[in-house]
Design a protein around this ligand. Sequence first.
Ligand code: SF4
Ligand code: SF4
Length: 407
Amino acid sequence: MSIELKLEEQVKACIHCGMCLPACPTYNVSFNEANSPRGRIYLINDIIKEETKLDKEKTIEYLDNCLSCFACETVCPSNVDYGDILHYARQDLKYTKYNKGFFAFLRKLFFKFIINNRSLLRLLRLNLKFSSFLIRPLMKAFGLTAQAKLMPKLDKPYKTIHEEEIFYSDVELNLPTEKRIINFSLGCVMDTIYNDVHWDTIHVLNAFGFHVHISSSKCCGSLAEHSGEFKIAAKLKNDFCQTVQSEELALVTNSAGCGAFLKEVSGGMGVYDLIEILKKAPYNPLKEKTFNGEILYHPACHLNHRQGVSGDYEELLASVQGLQVYTLDQKDTCCGSAGFYNLIKSDMAQKVGALKADEITKSNIKTLVTANPGCMSQIKAHLADDYVVLHPVTLLRRVLEANSSLM
Ligand code: SF4
Ligand code: SF4
């Protein structure tokens, strides 16, 4: 079936019931139908039929306002593949502004020359760390206050993890090595900003009985795709998949965004989110562990809505004696991170982030746990300094090490 026909069917599948509207963060902060899934489907349908009532710039703005969080797909009774429809409008019909302008030029350079080069990424990290005292005020002076808040503090030491290294588990299990070894993807931004979370991941996987091989793959292309750089994303994705296929091991990622993208493009390569691997573990070291504290868990959209992996981290964390795990009433709503969305569409991202922060603040719980680097940065930027934002694997490591501090 041609893409046009498939798309026409998808558009027709929308019965205009509006059940997706309350799930949509951009509708919730604007109350504008054109900023809702149903409204965007109407707009795309008009483009396909060449009957657009709005001018092209306005249509592009409404489409670019979409966070690609896919909360609308989860609640849709008609199973409309909104992601496919939006992707077609952005990629094939070129209804996106994401890759135009000076900022987009810088972004293109970043995706083309830096994101796939681990040495340059480490250099960038070093620069960011030592120049942030200068960059932050400069950004604020140029009116980029929201973006300045998103700049990571990078206060944890960076410890290089070498590609192709294997970290062996010392848990004694009656299983051959080849059944226990898994391939861990370092990714790009995750290793640059949250290298400490990678070390926590290796530690926790080892504690659960897995040997961890570090994949030689670099960036998977998910961020580039999310930012409308489709050609660069395709190249990154191909390089990534070739490397991983040659390694012939099941791949695990601790970043929900990368996992969602890779599951879609890898053609059954065997990609797992960390929690899916931990759930399969032949051994559970959390039994008998006690850890007193309370946390709020925020499900990352790309784990929850895109990968359909829901409730598992909460269940595993809640199995720890003494640990109280809570979720927000609006737990299925995006925090406004969405790749580089919060840098490009900072007005909308600010409003969505503020809604999430409001809810968190009302709960009176000071530790927020979420499994995606983008969500971690976005949520932290919208909370007061006394809030702690952690990846669940960091919390798991603290439980395993009987470190009773959540801070
Ligand atoms: S929930 Fe699904 S069918 Fe209903 S309006 Fe939204 S996209 Fe259309
Ligand atoms: S993907 Fe998210 S922001 Fe976009 S229309 Fe669906 S719910 Fe709204």
